[in-house]
Structure formats: C-alpha cells, structure tokens
Design a protein around this ligand. Structure first.
Ligand SMILES: Cc1cc2nc3c(=O)[nH]c(=O)nc-3n(C[C@H](O)[C@H](O)[C@H](O)COP(=O)(O)O)c2cc1C
Length: 334
C-alpha cells in the first residue's frame, strides 16, 4: 500500500467502487462538519473524502429528507459518504434504502461515539464490546446497498484487548474500508492517540488475508507533516483529520506539500464561513458555529501573537464583534 497521501485510493462495494482523489479525509464532527463547512473545506482544496456527521437511527428508519439535510447535494468532486449510527440492525437497511436515491457514493457506520447518551443506549463505541452485533450491522448494510460500506471505530471500550478481533470481524463482515480512531472510549479525546494500535490493526488485517482492505488512521494529526508520518510509521492506507482541520482548513493542502494559508486567507475563511451561514440562518447560529471552530482556529498564524483574543471572542455574545476582529486581521495583513 502507498505511503504517499497524494495517491488516489479506491474502495470497492458489491456493485460500485469509490475513487478518492487522495488519501486525506475530513473526520465527521457533529455540529461542525455540516454541508456548509464541508463545501468550504472542499473549496480550499487538498481534501480526498469526507463523511456526514452521524445520523442516529433509533426508533424509526431515517426518512430520505432527513438524510438529504445532512448530505446536501452530491457534487462528486470529493466523495462524501453518509454516516449512520445505530444500536442494532433494526431500521438500518430501511434507512439505507431511503437514502439510496440521494446518490451518496458510500456509507459509513459509527462504532466510536463515546457520549454517554449514545453509549448507554448501546450504540457507537458500546458496540466494541459486542463484535457480533457490529458484524450483523455491517452485514446488513452491505446487503442493503451495492455501494461500499465502511466502519469507523475506536480501539476498544476500556482497553485495546479486542482490537484484532474487531478489525478482522469488520473486514470479514464486508467492510470496504476501516477507520481506526486510535483512542479508547474511556480516553475520549485525550492526547496523544496511540498510533501503534493503527500499526497493530494493519498487521492483523494483512496477516489474515485482508491486505486489500484500506485502513484509515485517525487521531492526533496536528500539523501537515503528521499525515505522511502516520502513514509511514503505521502502514495505514489513508489518514483522517478532525480537530486539526478546524484549527487550519489548509492542513489538507499543506499535507500534500502545497503552501499553507496566509493570515489574510485565515481571516477570509472565517468571514466566508459566517457569511455562508448567514445566507439562510440567523446571526445567533452563525455565532455558535463560528465559536465552535474558534476553540481551535489558528489558520494563517491567527491568535499566535494574541492568544488572549481567542478567549475574548469565545465570550462574546455579538457576532459583529467577532467578525470585526477577523476584518481587522484581514486589513492588517492585507
Ligand atoms: C466535536 C466532535 C464531534 C464529533 N462527531 C463525530 C461524528 O459525528 N461521527 C464520528 O464518527 N466521529 C465524530 N467525532 C470523532 C472524530 O471524527 C475523530 O475521530 C476524532 O476527533 C479524532 O480525530 P482528531 O484527533 O484528528 O480530532 C467527533 C469529534 C469531535 C471533536
């Protein structure tokens, strides 16, 4: 497998394949990586694939119009998959059937969410204690669609003792790609993620005859050189980037050796993000979404020389105050 993040990657379904233009994925992040955010990231460039925020299946199948809201229009430049999260197979096949006409290129199943509200209902990372149920869900999804089905998981609930069993079970059930978030449910988002678990998962897949199943490494990518480093040190086929993409949307480009953002571009991205949200949502929503990104944002070196400004902006209740700060940054650097 290639260790060059710039190489294309193909995953195979029963009836259709998906070709990603490169090996850098934007991690799904609930409340943040909606269609607006994903489209802006795709516009920046360097992104190979993305996934919707999780769509939770509980008492009923998910109607097509709900999935459509998460997915947005399928434009095809960068493949965007639909992520479902469920506790069992009930309603999964019907949710996929409802989503099929929307034309998303592939489906992803969530076996990683650590939130108590999800865990206590035996969904997300709780399935890591029940590989048989995980297998049933992947198998059901594979039968429900000819498109590829992938699985995104953590390394275990409280220890990585079943990691080998879990990745092999997912591959045997028909997962076309597996993403390993190299943390446990109990370690939540603690730094650093344990990249050696990605190497262990890769070795387990290879030794069991699943060398053709791409493994996406995820966790603690902080800067551009990390993507290639993760691929080289773990043997993973691709890399998924979460919070570092909120810190710097240019990280995908710079991971491919292209120039990073200037301060003016960093300010313009934030202003463009707010403007796009404001086109059909009230200022309070734009403020909330902007603040979620602001917790991490350092694109173009913003906040490096004035870390206290971040806290001031995060405390602000006035969108215009936040926007003025970015306008000022764009003016100074322009
Ligand atoms: C705010 C937030 C929301 C998240 N929502 C999802 C989600 O909807 N689906 C999912 O599979 N993972 C979700 N994750 C986990 C990320 O996809 C990713 O696995 C995790 O952030 C580790 O990557 P990182 O260290 O690069 O941030 C979320 C993470 C964060 C911080």
């Amino acid at each position: 497998m290639s260790t060059d993040p710039g190489q294309p990657l193909t995953i195979r379904g029963r009836e259709a394949d998906v070709v990603f233009p490169n090996r850098l994925f934007l991690a799904p992040m609930e409340g943040i990586t909606d269609q607006v955010f994903r489209d802006l990231m795709i516009g920046v460039g360097g992104l190979g694939g993305a996934i919707t925020e999780f769509i939770r299946i509980s008492v009923n199948p998910i109607p097509r119009k709900v999935v459509a809201k998460y997915l947005g229009p399928v434009r095809g430049v960068v493949p965007v998959g639909i992520q479902f999260m469920a506790a069992d197979t009930e309603h999964l096949a019907q949710s996929i059937a409802n989503a099929e006409p929307l034309g998303a290129p592939w489906y992803d199943l969530n076996f990683g969410c650590p939130a108590p509200v999800v865990f206590n209902k035996c969904a997300g990372s709780a399935l890591l204690d029940h590989p048989d149920r995980m297998v049933a869900m992947i198998g059901t999804a594979v039968q429900a669609t000819g498109r590829p089905v992938s699985a995104k998981m953590r390394a275990g609930v409280r220890d990585p003792g079943r990691l080998r069993e879990l990745v092999l079970a997912a591959a045997q059930a028909g997962a076309a790609m597996i993403t390993l978030h190299a943390r446990l449910r109990t370690t939540s988002y603690e730094e650093p993620a344990t990249w050696s678990w990605i190497a262990e998962a890769r070795a387990a897949l290879d030794s069991a005859g699943y060398g053709h199943v791409p493994l996406v490494g995820n966790g603690s990518i902080a800067e551009a050189g990390d993507a290639r480093r993760m691929m080289e040190t773990t043997g993973c086929s691709a890399v998924m980037i979460g919070r570092a993409a909120l810190a710097d949307p240019w990280i995908f480009r710079s991971s491919l050796g292209r120039p990073t953002a200037t301060r003016a571009e960093g300010a313009a991205f934030a202003l463009g993000y707010a403007a796009t949200i404001l086109a059909d949502r009230p200022p309070i929503v734009a403020l909330k979404k902007l603040k979620q990104m602001l917790r991490w944002y350092r694109c173009g070196g913003l906040f490096l020389d004035c870390p206290e400004d971040r806290q001031i902006l995060l405390r602000s209740t006035d969108l215009e105050v936040v926007l003025d700060w970015f306008r000022e940054q764009a003016r100074i650097s322009g």
